[in-house]
Structure formats: structure tokens, C-alpha cells
Design a protein around this ligand. Structure first.
Ligand code: PLP
Length: 259
């Protein structure tokens, strides 16, 4: 996020009599894995009295990584709300996301809706608190938290953090291999666990990705960066090794004119 552009947009809205609702920052962008300067954005939001939400679907988990990666999302704790996914980097089976909201009272007041058949009582089945239905849009809901509990208990936060650090190191390795290849060009510097690149010869990345997928060798996705189609590798698997990374780059090189 361009802070100057944010300030200008908010000033423009206020001058036009429009009160901005919230600022949404990103911790780990889908295309390139970059992180917004959350601390600075939080300063601005605090000064303007604006709600700060952070989309940290996968980037949240860099908080578990080794230094300096654990600082990528620095300041995220200052947000009023944070969205994060356990079903991405934490290897919890689909679906399992969460939204953390800092103001417990406001959170409950926003969602609690108690028609007569949902009245609470001092005792019996309707006794006790909290009622999870008061904190979201679902009344009937599955026990998704069990999957998180099982993953954390079986793996431990230290091992989960080590996997995050490994994946970031693997993305950096892929970036180095691409940089060193006469056949490939990085589409964007590697910041976290994503590496995007294309072929110098301009082979179609969509074709390359499909061919490698069909051969069962590597799964790249594709995306557009600065208007140019490229291969996109997102490292989020704790079983990925540096040999896999080397093999993935080699596989692309073979298709685009390398050995
Ligand atoms: C940064 C970011 N935000 C949001 C999403 C959407 O998450 P979900 O599919 O869990 O709704 C993704 C998924 O790719 C993401 O990477």
C-alpha cells in the first residue's frame, strides 16, 4: 500500500463529505507475498480514527518464523481486526479461517441476535456463556476449532514456525536459482514464500504450468505482474525440500531452452 496515496484518498473522501469506513492492509499479498507497512498504516489510522483491518490469510504465520521474517507483519497487533487462514500455511484441512477482533464488546454487539427461541437462561441447556452464535453470522456451526487444536497439539507451534521459515528460505532459493539462470527472469523480488518468474524466451507461462502439472512434476500457478504473465510458486508445504525447489526450476528450464 502506498501510504501517500492512502492519505490522499482519505483526505479526498473527507473533503467530499464521505467518512471512510476502514483501511484494509495486507500481510502477505496473493501475487507477490509482499507486506504492507502495517505500523505506519496503524499510525495513520489511529490519527484519523479509522478502523484498521489486516488481511493476513497466510502472512499471519510469519509471526511464528525465525528473525528477521517474524517482523514482516510488524504492527499487526495494532489492527482492530485481522483475517487469517489455518487452511493455508498451518496445514489444517479445508475449511478453517478465523477473524480476530480487538473489541470484544463491539464484536458481540455487532453479531448478537437473540430472538425468543434463543433466549439465555440461568441454568439448563440455555445457560452459560459464551454463545458462539453471538460472535458471527452462523447459528449452526461445525467444530472447526478441533482441527486447529489437533494440529497444534500434534505438531507444536515451534515446528509450525520452523516450517514457515523453511518455506521462506525455499522461495529465496528459487529466486536465487532463477536469478542465476540465463533462461529465466524474476518478475518480482522474493519477499516471503512466493516466487514469480517468466522465461527470457517469452514462452507462455500458462502452457508451461499446464504441461508440468499434467506430467505430475511440479504445480506452478500463473499470475499477472506488471501486466506480464508469469509462473507463480507459493511454498506452504512442510514437506517441500530444497531438492524439490531445484527440480522445479530445472523442470521449467528444460521446457524453455535449458538442459
Ligand atoms: C491474502 C489472501 N487473502 C484472502 C484469501 C482468500 O482466502 P479464503 O480462500 O480462505 O477465503 C487468500 C487466498 O488465496 C489470500 O492469499
Amino acid at each position: 500500500m502506498d501510504l501517500a496515496a492512502l492519505e490522499a484518498a482519505v483526505a479526498r473522501d473527507i473533503a467530499a463529505g464521505v467518512r471512510p469506513l476502514a483501511v484494509v492492509a495486507t500481510a502477505g499479498s496473493v501475487n507477490t507475498g509482499v507486506f504492507d507497512p502495517i505500523d505506519k498504516i496503524a499510525d495513520f489510522c489511529a490519527a484519523q480514527g479509522l478502523w484498521l483491518h489486516v488481511d493476513a490469510a497466510f502472512g499471519f504465520w510469519t509471526l511464528l518464523a525465525d528473525a528477521p521474517m517474524c517482523d514482516l507483519a510488524k504492527g499487526i497487533g495494532r489492527a482492530q481486526s485481522i483475517a487469517l487462514d489455518f487452511h493455508k500455511w498451518m496445514a489444517v484441512p479445508y475449511d478453517c479461517g478465523a477473524c480476530l477482533i480487538s473489541d470484544k464488546t463491539l464484536h458481540r454487539a455487532t453479531f448478537a441476535n437473540r430472538p425468543e427461541y434463543l433466549a439465555s437462561a440461568n441454568k439448563g441447556l440455555a445457560g452459560g456463556a459464551p454463545w458462539f452464535t453471538d460472535y458471527g453470522i452462523e447459528l449452526s456451526r461445525g467444530f472447526r476449532a478441533l482441527k486447529v487444536w489437533a494440529t497444534v497439539m500434534a505438531t507444536g507451534t515451534r515446528a509450525l514456525g520452523a516450517a514457515v521459515s523453511d518455506n521462506i528460505a525455499q522461495a529465496k532459493l528459487m529466486g536465487d536459482l532463477v536469478d542465476a539462470s540465463p533462461h529465466l527472469t524474476l518478475a518480482h523480488p522474493v519477499v516471503s514464500n512466493l516466487c514469480c518468474f517468466y522465461a527470457v524466451r517469452d514462452d507462455d507461462p500458462v502452457e508451461i504450468a499446464a504441461q508440468l502439472q499434467i506430467e505430475g512434476r511440479v504445480v506452478f500457478s500463473t499470475t499477472l505482474i506488471d501486466g506480464r504473465q508469469c509462473l507463480r510458486a507459493a511454498m506452504v508445504n512442510h514437506r517441500t525440500t530444497s531438492q524439490d525447489i531445484r527440480a522445479a526450476v530445472k523442470a521449467v528450464e528444460t521446457l524453455v531452452g535449458g538442459q
